[in-house]
Design a protein around this ligand. Structure first.
Ligand code: FAD
Ligand code: DHB
Length: 391
């Protein structure tokens, strides 16, 4: 029967980075991923790396392509009242963010794992994780040929995202949740960005976001109703709506181009506590979800596995369990800070169905204060570039 020290379910940023960090500490792991390599390397998702995330990737030998191809940003715009209001991230915090697609991070991680002889088993779907409460953990999974297999391990890391199976193995977890009455329609378009920085736009027609992936690729998002059907959004309608929501009084022009990718993402805040059940440790989206407005999801996944890798290193190298015992609490401090920031950005920038003129004026007052006060702008900036990691 195959055996490893840490069985990792999911080859997203959390699972792959955990496997890489464990390898650097001399700890053996196997990553099981339900999808194909091609699928996970092409899945368009997050784009903003916090300063601590980018620093960590450099420290562990994963920064080379990011620093060559990524786009460092020193500011962003909040657009409202028909104009841009820049938050000078670097001037206010001394730090910058890196715009580098999540799938590029995933590609770099897979390449590094495979080059080091690491085991990342694609098209292997975990079905159950028995024995995590009895110190005899295993992962039961279906291999690419459809056969049921078992991987024995000392620890299971549940890095299988929000729709994974590992969280269900834990009983007695408390769920904290908030749903939002909207979703995001996102597109990737072959056209140069229309502005050199990200634009978060609050408009009468709803929220819109201008982001990018490269000097030739623009990433754009629109707030839409939660149950929206993509079929109702032909490309022309998307461009028209984006132009309307990003309009300024000084004639901003949105550059259009062929739409390469299109999708709808529901918005949710969700946390389970604790992030541990016996020998099962949950990390990333498996344990918590934020609405994307604060660009925090992938960064939280990275922060979790940094804590987990350190705790597992102390466990395997010194037989210490104290850091494993502290894992959930250590992570949850950062998780709840990010939950608050993401909820706050989401509430400030979206139009809520049924909200009235009073609500609208409150949101504008908050936006004007945020850009007009150095204290308030600095608060947004330090959260956006990422607070320092736990020691
Ligand atoms: P995932 O990336 O979801 O990885 C989990 C993996 O587990 C997947 O590969 C899945 O196929 C696999 N899996 C699931 N079930 C099983 C199973 N049973 N067996 C084996 N494998 C399984 N975050 C940011 O930080 N910044 C942003 O700018 C940002 N923008 C976003 C925009 C969009 C449109 C979306 C959708 C998300 C965005 N996020 C952003 C959030 C970010 O993408 C996620 O938080 C991040 O992917 C979490 O990583 P993860 O490794 O925990 O989970
Ligand atoms: C992107 C996504 C986000 O959720 C965000 O807040 C900023 C940028 C992006 O995909 O580029």
């Amino acid at each position: 029967m195959p055996r490893t020290q840490v069985g990792i379910v999911g080859a997203g940023p959390a699972g792959l980075l955990l496997s890489h960090l464990l390898h650097l500490a001399g700890i053996d792991s196997v990553v099981l991923e339900a999808r194909s390599r091609d699928y996970v390397e092409k899945r368009v998702r997050a784009g903003v790396l916090e300063h601590p995330t980018a620093e960590l990737l450099r420290e562990v030998g994963l920064g080379e392509r990011m620093d060559r191809e990524g786009l460092p940003h020193e500011g962003l715009s909040l657009r409202f009242d028909g104009a841009d209001h820049r938050i000078a991230l670097t001037e206010l915090t001394g730090k910058s963010i890196m715009v580098y697609g999540q799938q590029e991070v995933v590609k770099d991680l897979i390449a590094a794992r495979l080059a080091a002889g690491g085991q990342v088993l694609f098209e292997c779907t975990a079905i159950a994780v028995p024995g995590v409460d009895q110190d005899r953990p295993a992962i039961i999974y279906r291999d690419p040929a459809g056969r049921t297999q078992e991987l024995r391990c000392d620890i299971v890391a549940g890095c299988d995202g929000f729709h994974g199976v590992t969280r269900a193995a834990a009983t007695g977890l408390t769920v904290f949740e908030r749903a939002y009455p909207f979703a995001w329609l996102g597109i990737l378009a072959r056209t140069p960005p229309s502005h050199h920085e990200l634009i978060y736009s609050y408009s009468d027609r709803g929220f819109a976001l201008h982001s990018m992936r490269s000097p030739a690729l623009t990433r754009l998002y629109l707030q839409v109703p939660p149950d929206e059907d993509l079929a109702g959004w032909p490309d022309d309608r998307i461009w028209e709506e984006l132009a309307a929501r990003l309009r300024t009084s000084d004639g901003f022009t949105l550059r259009e181009g062929p739409v390469l990718e299109k999708g709808i993402t529901p918005m949710r805040s969700y946390v389970v506590e604790p992030m541990r059940y016996g020998r099962l440790f949950l990390a990333g989206d498996a344990a918590h979800i934020v609405p994307p407005t604060g660009a925090k999801g992938m960064n939280l996944a990275v922060a979790d596995v940094r804590v987990l890798a350190r705790a597992l290193t102390a466990f395997f190298q010194q037989g210490r369990e104290d850091l494993l015992d502290a894992y959930s609490e250590t992570c949850l401090h950062r998780v709840w800070r990010a939950e608050h920031f993401s909820w706050w950005m989401t509430s400030m920038l979206h139009r809520f169905p049924g909200d009235d003129a009073f609500q609208h004026r409150l949101q504008l007052a908050q936006l004007r204060y945020t850009v007009g006060s150095v204290a308030a702008a600095t608060s947004l900036a330090e959260n956006y570039v990422g607070l320092p990691f736990a020691q």
